[in-house]
Design a protein around this ligand. Sequence first.
Ligand SMILES: NC(=O)c1ccc[n+]([C@@H]2O[C@H](COP(=O)([O-])OP(=O)(O)OC[C@H]3O[C@@H](n4cnc5c(N)ncnc54)[C@H](OP(=O)(O)O)[C@@H]3O)[C@@H](O)[C@H]2O)c1
Length: 280
Amino acid sequence: MAVTNESDTFDIGGELTVHRLGFGAMRLCGPEVIGPPDDEAAAREVLQRAVDLGVDFIDTADSYGPGVSERLVREAGVTGDAVVATKAGLLRNTDGDWLPHGDPDYIRNQVLASRDRLGVDTIDLYQFHRPDPDTPFEDSVEAFAELKDEGLVDHVGLSNVTVDQLETARDQVEIATVQNQYNPGNRDDANVLQACEEYDIGFIPWFPLGAGDLGEKAAVLDEIADEHDATRMQVALAWHLQHSPVTLPIPGTSSLDHLEENVAATAISLSDEEVQRLSE
Ligand SMILES: NC(=O)c1ccc[n+]([C@@H]2O[C@H](COP(=O)([O-])OP(=O)(O)OC[C@H]3O[C@@H](n4cnc5c(N)ncnc54)[C@H](OP(=O)(O)O)[C@@H]3O)[C@@H](O)[C@H]2O)c1
């Protein structure tokens, strides 16, 4: 049977309806997420296949490449078929470092560059990538709020924030999503997910598969995977989808086979007991 994205939908910011299983476009870049991949045509094909399989939510960032991931999303021709979320707030260098930079002028510059690379007038969801210790958090968030007021972005999201930072930002602008690290093996930010549930904010778990390292939950995942004739990665994704109705997992891959495997995970139905075992 053909693989298709069977996940249910979530309304980002109450109006952008997407299937909850999305795609993370960071892994389409070269090593260390710097520069282009060896085979750009293959990267574009992964994006196109994702959309063909029913994925309509794609996550990227100005810092992926930098610029490369956004460019590939545009070149793949998928911006009209999917909600595209991008981010600003991190600088890169040839050592592959990720350097927080939340200066408001920089954010206002980056939105223009991202619009051009993505080929859109308005960015669907613009996320503040990571709070910058050298810039007051409120100042960075204010820049995002202004961009929303000016119509350059439709919705504002945060990434790598605490519940306190989420509350602070919510006083300044409507927050549509929060993107934090979260997977069955790392639930340190469970309190952030809980806050998102309370406010009906989309929670985008990055590193949803732990890139294969799911810590002490690996053995349980494998046991459950055997029961469902599935893989560990598929069970991890099924868990994300059943663990919370506001979760929008964005597994990343540069492989068509892994993409199909990940989308096929949306057909898996875990029992309440299995979800519970993975949530303990
Ligand atoms: N906001 C942030 O600070 C932040 C930080 C990191 C990432 N992100 C976002 O989150 C997305 C996902 O995070 P991530 O890519 O770090 O982690 P991930 O999705 O947990 O793992 C991706 C890795 O797992 C492999 N993989 C994917 N599907 C697989 C499968 N079915 N079987 C075996 N291996 C598989 C991929 O390799 P192959 O290419 O070989 O499949 C890739 O190396 C990124 O694309 C990015 O959009 C955000």
